[in-house]
Write a protein that binds this ligand. Structure first.
Ligand code: 5GP
Length: 353
């Protein structure tokens, strides 16, 4: 047994220190980024991603986010014909203009591999997200290698892991972008059920460092609850930030509406929850426990306003830190360790925010 005693931080443990700057307006901050991936592909857009979850990674969300310059990782259980149509933006036999602002998500089993093959026969898939709860197994590394060998021209996102050595291993196995975060998600109960996890802010900083050393990229996945957290994730070195609950509860996300005390809510749940297992996998298998919550999220309306709120916060953070482009935020940001990030005095009776 060994205990690592170096303190690791979460978003709530730090703040971005404001700095003198020559920027005049937050409207001039450029949030677009152009990435050249290590296997030859590229991405140009705002590097905020919808998580591959029910109520978030839907086709309707994808369409809206693409029009706003953002990215969507489609959830695993979308009807294949609809997915092909959305990825190709044309129903033809093989579309030469694959969607750049979306990824298909697969797990690491043979059915997923076959599904990818069937889809790729119809439309060349630009971005493949290989998503498993625990990216630390050799079989996962081998699966990433196999997908890379078969699809040399696709961008491969793989995860989730939380430490630099596994980021490097997955990049060397053929992935372009590594998804980092275990146990940090809003509807995730992994830390409670297993005792496993890694504070997300330190995870991002350490994994970004490892990835950038190999010309790789990372997606900071999970744990952002405010636009300020998204800014902190970028400041820590994230190339992309993936959001679940912050983008949930939108009109485009669908999901069952619930009324509580006259207020409208939308049902939202973790993809390892009992509900998700019942919906997609025929129930919780006898040897597993649920590792996700099912919650009620206040209905938020159109995705456009949700995105405006998030990007407005990130733009403002850039001006405080003296970064004219999002690209410069991690270089400009100095973080301070703190014990209190904001006042909570009116949290329970706020009228508007
Ligand atoms: P959020 O932005 O809501 O804090 O986190 C979203 C992320 O939580 C997802 O992208 C995914 O990595 C993770 N996640 C989603 N569902 C579950 C779940 O049921 N269990 C766990 N452990 N993580 C989940």
């Amino acid at each position: 047994m060994r205990v690592e005693t170096e303190l690791k931080f979460d978003f709530d443990d730090v703040l971005i220190r404001p700095k003198r700057s020559t920027l005049t307006s937050r409207k001039d901050v450029d949030l677009y980024r152009t990435f050249k991936f290590r296997n030859g592909g590229s991405y140009h857009g705002i590097p905020v991603m919808a998580a591959n979850m029910d109520g978030v990674g839907t086709l309707e969300v994808g369409e809206t986010l693409e029009s706003l310059g953002l990215f969507t990782c489609y959830k695993k259980n979308i009807d294949e014909a609809d997915l092909i149509n959305a990825l190709g933006h044309c129903p033809g036999p093989r579309c030469e203009k694959p969607a750049q602002h979306a990824a298909i998500t697969i797990g690491r089993n043979e059915q997923d591999y076959d599904k990818l093959e069937r889809i790729h026969k119809k439309v060349s898939v630009a971005n493949i997200c290989i998503d498993v709860a625990n990216g630390y197994s050799q079989s996962f590394v081998d699966f990433v290698k196999r997908v890379r060998d078969t699809y040399p021209h696709s961008n491969i996102f793989a995860g989730n892991v939380v430490t630099g050595e596994m980021v490097e291993e997955l990049l060397l196995a053929g992935a372009d972008v590594i998804k980092v975060g275990i146990g940090s998600g809003s509807v995730c109960t992994t830390r409670i059920k297993t005792g496993v996890g890694y504070p997300q802010f330190s995870c991002i900083a350490e994994c970004a460092d490892a990835a950038h050393g190999l010309d790789g990229h990372i997606i900071a996945d999970g744990g952002c609850t405010t636009p300020g957290d998204v800014a902190k994730a970028f400041g820590a070195g994230a190339d992309f930030v993936m959001l679940g609950s912050m983008l949930a509860g939108s009109t485009e996300g669908g999901g069952d509406k619930i009324e509580i005390d006259g207020k409208e809510y939308v049902e939202f749940y973790g993809m390892s929850s009992k509900k998700a297992n019942e919906k997609h996998n025929g129930g919780l298998k006898g040897y597993r426990t649920s590792e996700g919550r099912r919650v009620a999220i206040p209905y938020k309306g159109s995705m456009q306003y949700i995105v405006q709120d998030i990007l407005g916060g990130v733009r403002s953070a850039c001006t405080y830190a003296g970064a004219s482009k999002l690209k410069h935020l991690s270089k400009c940001a100095t973080f301070i360790r703190c014990t209190k990030t904001h006042s909570k005095v009116y949290e329970s009776n706020t009228l508007e925010i």
